[in-house]
Write a protein that binds this ligand. Structure first.
Ligand SMILES: [Fe+2]
Ligand SMILES: [Fe+2]
Length: 175
C-alpha cells in the first residue's frame, strides 16, 4: 500500500477534472454505451476504478498513473453511435480502439504509451493488439469488468444515480 503526496493527488485530480469538463470529451454523453450508461459515464467509471487500483501499488510510478488515467478516460473516445450505422455494427468491437486512439491523438496529442493502452483495451477480441504493459493490462481488465456489469444491468440509465462518477477522484486515494 502506498501514500500519494498531496501534490500528486492534486495533479491527478487536475487531469481528471480537465477531461471531465472538456467540451470534446463531453460529446461522449450523447453516445449510448451499454444499457445502463453513456459512453461518457462508462469512461469515467473505468477511469475511477483503474486509478483506485493503480494508486495502491508502488510499482505504478506517477507517470504510469497519469497514463492509466488519461488512457482510461479516452479508451472509448470513438465518437460515433454504432447503433445508427448499420455497416459499423459488425466491425465496431475490433475497430473502435483504433478510432478512439486516432481521435485522441488528433484532439489531445497523447503520447505513445497512452496510445498503446487505448489500442489494446479490447484484447482478446483484437488478438494482434495484446496489452503488453501493466498499465494496458489494468485498463483492459477494468474495462471488461465495468462493461460486463453495465451490460448485465436491468436498471435503465438515470443521470442522478451516476453523478458520483462525475466528481472528485482524490478521495479514492485515502481509502
Ligand atoms: Fe471499448
Ligand atoms: Fe470501454
Amino acid at each position: 500500500m502506498r501514500e500519494l503526496t498531496r501534490e500528486q493527488k492534486a495533479e491527478l485530480e487536475d487531469i481528471y477534472q480537465r477531461f471531465l469538463h472538456d467540451e470534446k470529451v463531453m460529446r461522449m454523453e450523447e453516445i449510448q454505451m451499454h444499457r445502463g450508461s453513456s459512453c461518457y459515464i462508462h469512461s469515467f467509471r473505468v477511469a475511477k476504478l483503474c486509478i483506485l487500483k493503480a494508486a495502491r501499488y508502488k510499482r505504478y510510478n506517477m507517470q504510469n498513473l497519469k497514463d492509466v488515467l488519461v488512457a482510461a478516460i479516452l479508451h472509448d473516445y470513438y465518437l460515433y453511435d454504432w447503433r445508427e450505422h448499420h455497416e459499423l455494427k459488425k466491425k465496431h468491437g475490433r475497430r473502435h480502439p483504433l478510432v478512439a486512439c486516432e481521435n485522441a491523438v488528433r484532439d489531445f496529442n497523447i503520447p505513445k504509451e497512452v496510445q498503446d493502452i487505448i489500442k489494446s483495451h479490447m484484447w482478446p477480441l483484437t488478438p494482434h493488439l495484446y496489452p503488453k504493459t501493466k498499465e494496458a493490462k489494468l485498463v483492459n481488465r477494468m474495462d471488461n469488468h465495468i462493461a460486463t456489469r453495465e451490460a448485465l444491468t436491468f436498471r435503465a440509465f438515470k443521470k442522478k444515480r451516476h453523478e458520483k462518477y462525475l466528481k472528485m477522484i482524490s478521495h479514492l486515494f485515502d481509502k
